[in-house]
Design a protein around this ligand. Structure first.
Ligand SMILES: [Mg+2]
Length: 368
């Protein structure tokens, strides 16, 4: 069986759509995709609508609603769930007009945030910490799967050679589906996401992109929309993106979402003192952070944070210069410059970045 032989999306002729996307779009009509996080806390949903005006900011977009009983977010008898637009991006799938992607947070029928709306709490922390100018940069690792749910490009009955040649690899025997990574990179730039780079990762079919650094909530917003764009592009190829933190058991690396964090004081002369203070606070709140760093309150990270494969043990807090086996890494350059940022290596690849940023601000800045 050829790779992707079972994938209906891979079989469709992608060039036909071009004919329709070239049709002129009425100047007074805008196509808008509303994107939100569903009740799993890790998957995104989206639906589209036409607007006959050009909104100037997120709050000019109409509040919309959806059937929350079909997204694990409401009972069927009271299922209207509200979408509040919070961030706007250019739409790379319908380029050349004012079409947009609109990231939304979600509210129940009674206007209370849904259980997976972690943005609201994060924004409150960001606003209280605004004077310290917190910056975040997140390294999003992920794995591409074939439609049989095996990593893309892996032999159907067996395994690729052991890890070693694949990280930042080049060549057809080292990396698979680079075109998805390329398409995603450019589409994110077009959309207005602060995508900082990409690389092939340690396990074959595993990749990474980085978002940030951005101040406040921008990095987390960008990451959610970057995930949406990645799912959409892979969908066109018939390939599946998984953010599962340990898609393959055994001697294969898992996936994380290392979070690089700093405040203005950390970035200034002798900021290393502030970095060490933050690490001391983090050492006393290990459990809070583990609970915030994957969508299942720490259960997903049990599979990944084993103390092997460049991870720390989920049970212990540790920190060290240039140590990829620690909870917190102080990069070598930061130790030498005595200022900069710290890297929290614990967040799982399927984390909600709002929960991660929220926990870091509350522990390190707000002293909660
Ligand atoms: Mg990495």
């Amino acid at each position: 069986m050829n790779s992707l032989g079972h994938s209906p999306n891979a079989k469709l002729d992608k060039t036909i759509l071009e004919k329709y996307l070239r049709l002129p779009q009425p100047e007074d009509k805008l196509q808008v995709t509303y994107i939100w996080i569903d009740g799993t806390g890790e998957h995104v949903r989206a639906k589209d609508r036409t607007l006959n005006f050009l909104p100037k900011s997120p709050k000019d977009y109409p509040i919309w609603n959806y059937d929350g009983s079909s997204t694990y977010q409401a009972e069927g008898s009271n299922s209207d769930t509200f979408l509040n637009p919070v961030a706007v991006y250019k739409d790379p799938f319908r380029p050349g007009a004012n079409n947009t992607l609109v990231l939304c947070d979600t509210y129940k029928y009674n206007k209370e945030p849904t259980a997976t709306n972690h943005r609201r709490t994060c924004l409150e922390a960001v606003e209280r910490a605004v004077d310290t100018k917190p910056w975040f940069g997140i390294e999003q690792e992920y794995t591409l799967l074939d439609s049989d749910l095996r990593p893309f490009g892996w032999p159907a009955n067996g395994f690729p050679g052991p890890q070693g040649p694949y990280y930042c690899g080049v060549g057809a025997d080292k990396v698979y589906a680079r075109e998805i990574v390329e398409a995603h990179y450019r589409a994110c730039l077009y959309a207005g996401i602060d995508i900082a780079g990409t690389n092939a990762e340690v396990m074959p079919a595993q990749w990474e992109f980085q978002v940030g650094p951005g101040e406040g909530i921008k990095c987390a917003d960008d990451l959610w929309v970057a995930r949406y764009i990645l799912h959409r592009i892979a969908e066109e190829y018939g390939v599946i993106v998984t953010f599962d933190p340990k898609p393959m058991t055994g001697n294969w690396n898992g996936s994380g979402a290392h979070c690089n964090f700093s405040t203005l004081a950390m970035r200034e002369e002798n900021g290393i003192i502030e970095i060490e203070k933050a690490i001391d606070k983090l050492s006393k709140q290990h459990l809070r952070h583990i609970q915030a760093y994957d969508p299942k309150g720490g259960k997903d990270n049990v599979r990944r944070l084993t103390g092997h494969h460049e991870t720390s043990s989920i049970h212990d807090f540790s920190a060290g210069v240039a140590n990829r086996g620690a909870s917190i890494r102080i990069p070598r350059g930061v130790a030498e410059d005595k200022k900069g940022y710290l890297e929290d290596r614990r967040p799982s690849s399927n984390c909600d970045p709002y929960s991660v940023c929220n926990a870091l601000i509350r522990t390190c800045i707000l002293d909660e």
